[in-house]
Design a protein around this ligand. Structure first.
Ligand code: OAD
Length: 255
């Protein structure tokens, strides 16, 4: 589907005028990398489980080994994926504007892999683990050496390790969330990419940006909850729309 050239023109013009840009992303930006959503990954061996068992603190305490293995499985799936043209276009955009921060709800780490420098991860990162008790991020752990005794234990306190992601019922990391809202209120333009806007409080970021005077441009396959807060919607796949937008901005800046 061809992206509306007039909409691209307007958005690129706004980007050219903006000094501070925030890009707010969700699962849609990674769809073209083949990352299954949480629910889509519940297939094969996992099809009889539900998110309450696999992605809540209660589920972890009830069966830590099961939850560890579910995340080990997803970590492996994600390790085999690559950023798509949407992620790369956003990394390129970071070089073209004065200040750009990516605020993401994704846990796949693909923005950094594509080269985006300033990334705020609101829901954590599936490639990291932390101590269940201390919340300390642990770098040094090995799935294999602990076979038979999963999850592995924290070397400092002996408690269980868990994935460093936000589970259902848990709060978002305070500092990251506060920083995201501060940036949203200070930016000139917010680009919202591939999020349904169903999960609060992050879903309020576009409205907060708009209320503070920013322009809000949405990139999504279809209109949704965010659309009323956006000045315009670039309808299409982010892996197709974002490269067109960034190329147009490049040409504008060269003129
Ligand atoms: P959702 O799965 O709720 O929404 C994905 C959005 O991306 C939808 O609006 C789709 O229309 C859009 N989309 C899909 N493919 C696209 C593409 N190729 N290009 C552009 N847009 C596309 O994902 P999120 O909004 O990220 O939370 O959901 C936020 C959180 O809800 C997730 O991080 C997760 C989930 O429950 C936790 O795990 C805590």
């Amino acid at each position: 589907m061809e992206v509306d050239p007039e909409m691209i023109e307007r958005s690129a013009g706004w980007l050219a005028e903006a000094r501070k840009v925030v890009v707010f992303t969700g699962a849609g930006v990674s769809a073209e990398s083949g990352i299954p959503t949480f629910r889509d990954a519940l297939t094969g061996l996992w099809e009889n489980y539900d998110p309450q068992q696999l992605a809540t603190p209660e589920g972890f305490l009830a069966d830590p080994k099961l939850v560890w293995e579910w995340y080990a499985y997803r970590r492996k799936l994600i390790a085999e994926t690559q950023p798509n043209p949407g992620h790369f276009a956003l990394a390129e955009l970071g070089k073209l504007v004065w200040e750009l921060t990516v605020v993401t709800q994704n846990v796949d780490g693909l923005h950094r892999k594509a080269g985006s420098r300033k990334v705020i991860e609101l829901h954590g990162n599936i490639t990291r683990v932390k101590c269940w008790r201390g919340d300390t991020v642990v770098e040094d752990w090995d799935d294999r050496s602990w076979a038979g005794d999963l999850p592995p234990r924290c070397k400092l306190c002996g408690d269980m390790l868990r994935p460093d992601v936000v589970w259902f019922g848990e709060s978002l990391p305070e500092q990251e969330l506060a920083e995201a809202f501060r940036l949203a209120q200070e930016c000139d333009l917010m680009l919202v990419v591939g999020t349904s806007g169903l999960v609060q409080p992050s879903a309020s970021l576009p409205a907060a940006a708009r209320q503070a005077g920013a322009r809000v441009v949405e990139v999504n396959r279809e209109p949704g909850e965010i659309t009323p807060s956006a000045h315009l919607l670039l309808k299409g796949k982010s892996g197709e729309v974002l490269p067109v937008l960034v190329n147009r901005l490049k040409r504008l800046l060269e003129e």
